[in-house]
Design a protein around this ligand. Structure first.
Ligand code: FES
Length: 106
């Protein structure tokens, strides 16, 4: 198990302190599904196409700041151009997430 990664998830106005580590989940979407039992979250299975895994994140650092692959196109199709609005399936569980605040928007 690697160094712990801590962040706060806000879901339906309630705050949850999450601790994880590199490799525990494939990406942030998988963590959210596992911890919060959402039915319709992440419908495309992490391809970056469905935008059912949208979050707002503050305090992100490192390479994760850049939107890559399908993420910029999928978000802008929905009119979501804000740098803090992201597809959680495209965010890997790394130290870049440490100390962030993540709001679930879908
Ligand atoms: S799971 Fe479909 S875009 Fe993230």
């Amino acid at each position: 198990m690697g160094n712990p990664i801590h962040f706060t998830v806000i879901e339906n106005n309630s705050k949850h302190e999450i601790q994880t580590y590199v490799g525990e989940y494939r990406n942030l979407m998988c963590l959210i599904i596992d911890k919060f039992y959402f039915d319709c979250f992440g419908e495309c299975g992490g391809m970056g196409r469905c935008a059912t895994c949208v979050i707002k994140i503050s305090g992100l650092s490192g390479n994760s700041i850049r939107k890559e692959r399908n993420e910029p196109a999928t978000l802008s199709k929905m009119g979501l151009e804000d740098a803090n609005i992201r597809l959680s399936c495209q965010l890997l569980i790394t130290q870049d997430l440490d100390s962030t605040k993540i709001e679930i928007l879908v």
